[in-house]
Ligand binder design. Structure first.
Ligand SMILES: [Zn+2]
Length: 334
């Protein structure tokens, strides 16, 4: 079915997921390969469950300074063009005739910045977005509430809005303040958002070695604001800690780093194992002479279309991302 963007229909998807005890995964994407991998994983899990219209969210950031995914969607590095390409791809992938047309697909504008993305947020077309995260988490709490409230008043009748109660920092930036139930309650009362990101101990782009997802805090916050919590920084939580998120009051989880982090080693291994097919005998010979490629690496076959094309490299990345995404679907859609 076409992208679900009408506010009441998007809220209906979340209400249905809650009735089934599902956490809705929201996967970040900065290229068509990632978007397709997410939908492919959803379709495979939908077939396994016998529920063809599983919901799945695909997200992208605009001018988010920590990672402008829209800029990476196009080699022009033009954010507005990247956003249009992302949405056009999703619209094509959900149109009749697509293998993914039976899924319920949501588009999410992630980490939209109250200052850098102001033009888009105040005057842009938010029609093709199922939900928008309004992120003013870097300004003082009272100012964050006031700015988010104004955005909800301006756009909240048409669009599902996710607010950022507290900042989720990048790995190594010092953790940030954890969300307390009182802060969560004040944020909800002051803004009227549909969903809210709370700082529950996770970090963006962290490996998880020193972090602990605070399930106790999640449950306390959920008791204060109801089932509307969103968890970011999911790649920093060991998978064993993610199975009980629904019971903790989490309704949406954002995932991106892990998709990319797991795909890169898969691509490296494939290129090394097929070094000659990918790069030809001259290059593999030079790499061996420099000690960068071992003696076991194949070096005597000619480079071949089967391995030196962008299509092949994307295929390896796609396969890895499908496997990673399916791990999350199995965890949360049962
Ligand atoms: Zn995030």
């Amino acid at each position: 079915m076409p992208l679900i963007t009408a506010r009441d229909e998007v809220l209906g998807v979340y209400a249905d997921a809650a009735r089934r005890g599902w956490v809705v995964p929201c996967f970040g994407s900065e290229n068509l390969t990632t978007s397709e991998a997410v939908l492919e994983a959803a379709a495979r899990h939908a077939a396994a469950l016998g529920i063809p219209d599983l919901p799945v969210t695909v997200a992208i950031t605009a001018a988010y300074p920590h990672r402008s995914q829209a800029a990476f969607y196009t080699h022009t590095r033009d954010v507005a063009l990247g956003l249009r390409l992302f949405l056009a791809d999703l619209q094509a992938l959900t149109a009749p005739g697509s293998p993914y047309a039976r899924l319920r697909v949501l588009s999410h504008l992630d980490h939209a910045q109250h200052d850098r993305d102001r033009e888009l947020l105040e005057h842009g077309d938010l029609g093709p977005w199922s939900s928008v995260m309004y992120d003013a988490s870097t300004v003082p709490f009272a100012d964050n509430i006031a700015a988010t409230r104004r955005f909800v008043e301006r756009r909240g009748r048409a669009t599902v809005i996710e607010g950022a109660c507290d900042e989720i920092v990048d790995s190594g930036d010092g953790g940030g303040d954890l969300t307390t139930p009182q802060r969560a309650q004040d944020f909800l009362a002051g803004t009227g958002v549909d969903l809210m990101v709370a700082n529950l101990g996770t970090e963006h782009r962290a490996s998880g070695a020193d972090l602990r997802y605070r399930d106790d805090l999640a449950r306390a916050c959920a008791a204060a604001v109801g089932g509307r919590l969103v968890l970011h920084g999911c790649s920093s939580v060991p998978p064993a800690g993610l199975g009980g998120l629904f019971a903790d009051g989490i309704r949406k989880v954002n995932i991106w780093t892990m998709l990319e982090r797991d795909a890169s080693p898969a691509l490296l291994a494939d290129l090394v194992e097929n070094a000659d097919l990918a790069a030809g005998t001259a290059t593999t010979g030079q790499l061996q002479a420099r000690g960068l490629l071992g003696s076991q690496a194949p070096t005597d076959r000619r480079a071949a279309l089967s391995h030196f094309t962008t299509a092949h490299r994307q295929e390896v990345v796609h396969a890895s991302m499908v496997a990673t995404a399916m791990g999350f679907f199995r965890l949360w859609y049962r």
